[in-house]
Design a protein around this ligand. Sequence first.
Ligand SMILES: *Cc1c(COP(=O)(O)O)cnc(C)c1O
Length: 404
Amino acid sequence: MDSKTLIKIEDQYGAHNYHPLNVVIERAEGVWVYDVEGNRYLDALSAYSALNHGHLHPRLVQVVTDQLQRLTLTSRAFRNDQLPLLYKELCELTGYEMCLPMNTGAEAVETALKAARKWAYDKKGVPDGEAEIIACENNFHGRTITIITFSTESLYRDGFGPFTPGFVTIPYGDADALEAAITPNTAAFLVEPIQGEAGVVVPPDGYIRQVSDICARHNVLLLADEIQTGLGRTGKLFACDHDNVHPDIMIVGKALGGGMYPVSGVLASKEILGVFEPGTHGSTFGGNPLGAAVAREAIKVLVEEGLIENSARMGEYFQTELKERLAQTPNPHVDHIRGKGLFVGVVLKKEAGGARRFCEALEKRRVLCKETHEDVIRFAPPLIIDQETIDWTLEHIIQVLNMS
Ligand SMILES: *Cc1c(COP(=O)(O)O)cnc(C)c1O
């Protein structure tokens, strides 16, 4: 079936909760995807960083294929032979004592919020039902009703109330605002070390270090949502590593599943994750052996194939070259460029007419990326990308950014 027909069917039968580009992908390999007409495109979004390993990484395909012949699901009512090894390998890689597996990012965030509340009651002595959690303006942590409670984006919230009590928001990047918002009942501060959906918003240097110190001083848990920034995206294993901060709770997802399968999790100390007892929390699919097997291989590939270092090197090259090449052109539309590693936001001037038209023009040139909010184009290609492909991509980006 051709693209037009498939798009028509999709629009007729599917809820319209996304506004995708009109490219219908049928296969992929590495950094490249192919539409049903056979055109090849660069994937410069990587499924919002769920495809850090690129499409169909051979080692991940092998592990999934092998695991599919053996065992896919037990539920946590029984044990399986993959989950213990995922726990151990993930904890050893990240320096945490314990892990709690989930499937999607939103579930992992919910898990972290539940852990923080229970920790506040059991360990900190906050009166029952009084725990407060602080989050940041312009955050993105997922789509459940509790999570959109503390969203400040009306598109995510409007029409979906009533909401969950116990949350406050403060400006992002402002450590003093955190200190001022903390009360004796504050359980946790939830933060993205770089705000992805907000448009690759990088906080001031040292912000994560400062909020970490403030949290420690007030016995408040620091919850880092590294679902998008983690696992090499910013040129370090975690974006918090840029500030040498080890958050109390680390939330991971997206690339943990190697682009094959939804796998997420919460990492923390025994003191924190120890608050969960049998029956207090769970998930039918969380920790299943298929997901555990692919996650184990995904973190091995990340380390053994140097994807984190490649993200740092190629990200630096991408940003530097983009700025230099733009400076040699009229550059009528770009306000500034920001990001870390292969996580790059091109912020357009208000008069540029929005980021969408630039993404559509890039699609015509076979580069796939997506606008975030009105004025930011996000580039987040798979971490396996090489310099030659970046050079090819930059040619197109420069052309498009100079259109009238
Ligand atoms: C994508 C994302 C989530 C939600 O993950 P889902 O798997 O879509 O539920 C949460 N936090 C951040 C920072 C994300 O980028």
